[in-house]
Ligand binder design. Structure first.
Ligand SMILES: Nc1ncnc2c1ncn2[C@@H]1O[C@H](COP(=O)(O)OP(=O)(O)OP(=O)(O)O)[C@@H](O)[C@H]1O
Ligand SMILES: [Mg+2]
Length: 285
């Protein structure tokens, strides 16, 4: 069996990643979400983070861009320590990142074009308006939505909204793009369009990608490396084949979508479900 790399990397290797977490712990009160994690994100590769709901995937990805600060440990970008920087210094570092938030939140009151311009306006004073229009057009064309500039998010489908959010995430020509659940809520075909876009951006622009997902079809398709989080630790780390054949029962249960004995015990304890809980409105849209 190939050794899991995650928590056992030597210090030298950790510092070599484009982004590195070193002995990172994050607690919210008594809740230890990430427990002494060390991880180096490899340049130009797609690293996928999997794990059950609530295991800390979003918390981890937010540390990569220091939207959350560690309780202990360090974060590095291009070998520079960044977790201790001021917000204004961090904002400069963040121009190297694109971030597709969970839910792909667009600003509903802004048009598609204004949504894509938003990060540009946040970081730069725009004088060349036609240049920005051209840039919006290029970014929309990359996600197959040129022509949708004047649309508002409410008139787009879920898949189109994700693609606009992706166009916005690449507006500043990032080196690194972080995706939090990019395919959740999409049908398999729309989800696969997002997978293809992630691959296209990684291969075409040489982007380093970190993708949080529950979707194993997506993970196997796009990942150079898959990391599984469980109880605050990395319990599996390797390529798709390594994860598929992983001996850890928790990994097998997760990738095969099987409920664990612990989850079943919780369900058994909660007793029977009263009929009255199923009212017709539960089945309405
Ligand atoms: N700002 C916060 N304050 C307190 N607790 C938080 C905060 N953010 C996250 N948590 C807690 O950290 C844990 C991990 O949350 P996180 O959102 O990272 O899970 P996740 O793996 O992304 O789950 P999902 O797959 O459902 O998105 C949860 O127990 C959550 O309640
Ligand atoms: Mg999450």
């Amino acid at each position: 069996m190939k050794k899991d790399k995650g928590n056992n990397q030597a210090e030298g290797t950790i510092s070599d990643g484009v982004i590195a977490l070193k002995n990172l712990t994050k607690e919210f009160g008594d809740n230890v979400v990430l427990d002494n994690i060390s991880l180096a994100i490899e340049k130009g590769k797609t690293t996928v983070i999997i794990g059950p709901s609530g295991c800390g995937k979003t918390v981890l990805i937010k540390h990569l861009i220091v939207l959350l600060r560690p309780s202990a440990g360090e974060v590095y970008f291009e070998k520079r320590r960044i977790d201790n920087l001021s917000e204004s210094e961090l904002n400069k570092i963040r121009t190297h990142y694109g971030f597709l938030f969970q839910g792909g939140a667009l600003f509903d009151s802004l048009s598609v074009a204004e949504n894509i311009m938003f990060p540009i306006k946040q970081h730069y004073r725009i004088t060349d308006h036609s240049g920005v229009e051209e840039l919006v057009k290029t970014k929309l064309a990359m996600v197959g939505l040129d022509g949708f500039q004047k649309f508002y998010p409410a008139s787009l489908s879920g898949g189109q909204r994700k693609r606009v959010a992706l166009a916005r995430a690449i507006a500043l020509n990032p080196d690194v793009i972080l995706y939090d659940e990019p395919t959740t809520g999409l049908d398999p075909i729309r989800a696969d369009i997002i997978n293809e876009l992630i691959l296209k951006l990684q291969k075409g622009l040489g982007l380093t990608s970190v993708v949080v997902t529950h979707d194993m079809t997506s993970a196997y398709k796009i990942a150079d490396r898959i990391i599984m989080l469980h109880n605050g630790k990395i319990i599996a780390d390797g390529n798709a084949e390594h994860i598929r054949n992983h001996p850890h029962p928790t990994v097998q249960q997760f990738i095969n979508g099987q409920v664990s004995e612990d989850d079943l015990a919780v369900l058994r304890m909660s007793g029977s479900i009263p009929q009255a809980q199923f009212l017709p409105r539960d089945f309405e849209e």
